[in-house]
Design a protein. Structure first.
Length: 141
């Protein structure tokens, strides 16, 4: 499935449809070049879930955790990882990647290439492709 996004408001308007096409998957690997809009996607995703505040890039903290209420009113979590700065797989294991990949919560991973072999089989992969100007193609694989 591919979505064509031309503006930020267009991107935001398409988030519910994008989430629908994830078919309930809770683990999401985000691919795209620097500045493609991966963190923007996570911000809009978190707003859609009802997470209060501004989801920030975990470039230096590596993992950010956000709390929200799911559709049944229960406390739920979303983990946002940015693995760009990791040098090897051991560093991913040191930050607890195994726990995050196999818990029941959302886990959205920017720059997941390093841990690709360890991603659960039901992980959805999203590629954000930069086109001209502010246009993006969002591919759900």
């Amino acid at each position: 499935m591919t979505f064509h996004v031309t503006t930020l408001s267009d991107f935001e308007a398409q988030v519910p449809e994008i989430i629908h096409h994830l078919q309930g998957a809770k683990k999401i690997a985000l691919y795209g070049e620097m500045g493609a809009g991966k963190t923007t996607f996570v911000r809009m995703f978190s707003q859609y879930l009802g997470i209060e505040g501004h989801a920030a890039s975990p470039t230096f903290s590596l993992v950010n955790q956000y709390k929200y209420q799911d559709s049944s009113g229960q406390v739920a979590y979303m983990h946002h990882l940015d693995l760009y700065r990791l040098r090897n797989v051991q560093e991913a294991f040191d930050i607890g990647i195994e726990d995050l990949l196999f818990d029941p919560w959302y886990c959205i991973i920017e720059w997941p290439q390093l841990i690709e072999p360890w991603l659960p089989t039901n992980t959805k992969r999203i590629t954000i492709e930069v086109m001209e100007h502010s246009e993006r193609l969002i591919h759900i694989l």
